[in-house]
Design a protein around this ligand. Structure first.
Ligand code: PZK
Length: 286
């Protein structure tokens, strides 16, 4: 019998070593909001995120190779090629939100990109920008300048990571906006394979690694509702929770409404009924 070795935990995911070359990435149904993992799970959330990520991997192979080797029949586990991950988060922003909006408001720039004056919160940027960040072991990733990122990975790799990240974002955001979902920003994890080829890892273009906004409610000049987590946020605010752990248990209607939003995102983007994915995860790879 072979042992599976646990090699890492994310907030809502686990990573195991299968052998020297392969890892198993398992997405749970846990949900976090305001940086806290809640005690209540959203059924099928891990499957939706795994399926969406695999869908994008299959459709972006011409832009960049990725670590996906196989989907497991449970729909939430991915066998992937082990990479040597770059020590930076590759963030692309098409809209001004979160730390990008914060940095712009105080400095007029984000990660060394000077932006036009007069942009409002959630404004669409004239062009998507690459805004790398450090990988924090604990707490929040910190935005860094392009020069700092180039120092960390080397100029040549930095430029390739930037080009790939922008191409991935442009492809996915054009595709998603035509289907009613704005991808405000997104985070990619790139690494080198055994041949030294820059390769896309982790999960990609999911609502956990991106900000998804409903396109039909887009109204720049303030914060935007979250496509996936808005019911959870609204409930947490109304419950008067102080945002310190532990978070509140979610009532059944919030769980069901949130599950429906995840499934809706999967179906809108992939065009595949979620039940078909559950029956045979490989349908997203076709
Ligand atoms: C890797 N993480 C983050 C994600 C966790 C931790 N293909 C790869 N090769 C080498 N390392 C990684 C990957 C991937 N993906 C990813 N840390 C290492 C992470 C999910 C759960 F516990």
């Amino acid at each position: 019998m072979s042992e599976v070795i646990h090699v890492g935990s994310g907030k809502v995911r686990e990573l195991y070593a299968l052998d020297d070359e392969r890892l198993l990435l398992v997405a749970s149904d846990r949900i976090s909001t305001f940086d806290v993992v809640l005690p209540t799970e959203i059924p099928d959330k891990g499957r939706v995120l795994t399926g969406l990520s695999a869908f994008w991997f299959a459709r972006t192979r011409d832009i960049v190779p990725n670590h996906l080797l196989a989907l497991r029949p449970d729909g939430r586990s991915t066998e992937c090629r082990r990479l040597e991950m770059l020590p930076i988060e590759c963030v692309v922003r098409g809209y001004l939100s979160g730390s990008g909006w914060k940095d712009y408001r105080t400095t007029g720039a984000v990660c060394g990109h000077t932006l036009p004056d007069g942009l409002v919160e959630s404004a669409r940027l004239p062009e998507p920008i690459f805004t790398p960040a450090t990988k924090a072991q604990e707490g929040h990733d910190e935005n860094i300048t392009r020069d700092q990122a180039a120092q960390l990975v080397g100029r040549e790799l930095f430029e390739e990571a930037e080009r790939i990240s922008l191409a991935l974002y442009r492809h996915a955001s054009d595709y998603a906006s035509a289907r009613g979902i704005l991808i405000a920003d997104t985070k990619f994890e790139l690494g080198l394979d055994a041949d030294g080829t820059l390769t896309l890892g982790d999960e990609a273009l999911t609502p956990d690694s991106s900000r998804f906004w409903p396109a039909d409610e887009y109204a720049p000049g303030g914060s935007q509702p979250s496509y996936d987590k808005q019911f959870v946020r609204d409930f947490c605010e109304a419950a008067g929770w102080d945002k310190e752990p532990p978070g509140p248990e979610l009532p059944e209607e919030v769980v069901h409404g949130t599950r429906a939003r995840y499934v809706e995102a999967f179906e809108r983007l992939s065009g595949i009924p979620f039940a078909e994915y559950v029956a045979d995860p490989d349908v997203v790879l076709a």
